[in-house]
Design a protein around this ligand. Structure first.
Ligand SMILES: Nc1ncnc2c1ncn2[C@@H]1O[C@H](COP(=O)(O)OP(=O)(O)OP(=O)(O)O)[C@@H](O)[C@H]1O
Ligand SMILES: O=P(O)(O)OC[C@H]1O[C@H](OP(=O)(O)OP(=O)(O)O)[C@H](O)[C@@H]1O
Ligand SMILES: [Mg+2]
Length: 279
């Protein structure tokens, strides 16, 4: 049985579970369940606090897990990132009251509040800055107003939490984070299948199938617009001068590609979603 760690709450939880369900695994019916067995797929899920996942996976107690890159790096765990999962994107930044901290060097000797002391401590040490880290569990943006810190270091997504507290970002990017699959033993049986299934979900989300009819003579031009993954499928039509073409196209490019194909001479351009994929 492959043992998989999944965030039980927080920003990554809902999308992580959605992806696993799309990948054919059993989700959590009871939102308070801590474990879910999925014998048909030969796996067992452990719903854990996102911050604890790297610890369990790094120790080998669990084979593989979904967590944030920032949490992995803050944990000093033995686990490695084995796949990015294309959700939960954020940046990790310093912030302060405008006019009080202008650059990284201004943090020398100051108090920096964070829930990620290892990540921030290592970053400051790499840059030769000695600051006093104030470890808080969350809501760190309040720490300056409440007088326990001169600056904060935290996850920034839209920036609205910082703005609401009258803070501004200062200094360089500490880390670009995203949701990742982690393991200390990526060769364990079943992890490759899990990765292929999750990759399939990402492809199904990121691509559409495009079909169109085209005068055969224009094939080279159209193929340059829709190269597909390997190459497009080209099928004969009853009219020998025309062909039918099918290719996967990045979802975000759909309308630009349709316009370009139409201009080249393609007609009956149809777009369909991909429900599942194994690339
Ligand atoms: N607003 C956000 N947008 C995107 N990702 C985020 C956001 N807040 C946190 N994350 C990411 O989610 C992961 C877990 O953090 P999260 O804040 O969800 O956990 P937590 O703080 O333990 O839980 P909670 O905030 O519910 O107590 C981290 O990798 C973090 O980068
Ligand atoms: O840039 P924004 O879109 O405003 O998002 C960033 C905020 O989201 C997270 O907080 P969370 O809701 O996890 O609360 P927490 O601080 O208690 O962990 C993070 O710690 C920031 O405070
Ligand atoms: Mg949080």
């Amino acid at each position: 049985m492959l043992r998989i760690a999944v965030p039980n709450k927080g920003s990554l939880s809902e999308t992580a579970v959605e992806m696993l369900v799309e990948a054919g695994y059993t989700g959590r019916r009871d939102p308070r369940a801590l474990t879910v067995a999925d014998p048909r797929n030969g796996v067992e899920f452990f719903y854990l606090r996102p911050r604890d996942i790297a610890t369990y996976v790094g120790s080998g107690a669990l084979d593989v897990g979904i967590t944030g890159r920032d949490l992995l790096l803050d944990s000093s765990s033995e686990a490695q990132e084995i796949q990015t999962l294309d959700f939960g994107d954020s940046t990790f930044r310093f912030a302060a009251v405008p006019g009080t901290v202008h650059e990284l060097g201004d943090l020398e000797g100051r108090r920096v509040a964070t829930s990620y002391p290892t990540l921030v401590g290592e970053f400051l040490a790499r840059h030769g800055i000695t600051a006093r880290l104030v470890k808080l569990d969350g809501a760190v943006e309040s720490a300056i107003r409440l007088g326990v810190a001169d600056a904060v270091a935290d996850v920034v997504s839209t920036g609205s939490t910082l703005r609401a507290q009258g803070l501004e970002i200062v200094g360089p990017v500490i880390l670009e984070s995203t949701a990742v699959l982690i393991s200390a033993r990526p060769e364990v049986d079943g992890i490759a299948t899990l990765q292929r299934r999750l990759q399939g979900v990402l492809v199904a989300r990121q691509y559409v199938l495009m079909d169109y009819d085209l005068p055969r003579a224009l094939l080279a031009q159209a193929q340059a617009v829709t190269p597909g993954l390997e190459s497009p499928t080209v099928s004969p039509l009853a009219d020998p001068d025309w062909v039918a073409v099918r290719a996967m196209v990045p979802k975000d490019d759909t309308n630009h590609v349709m316009d370009a194909l139409y201009d080249i001479g393609a007609r009956a351009i149809l777009v369909s979603p991909i429900h599942a994929a194994r690339i």
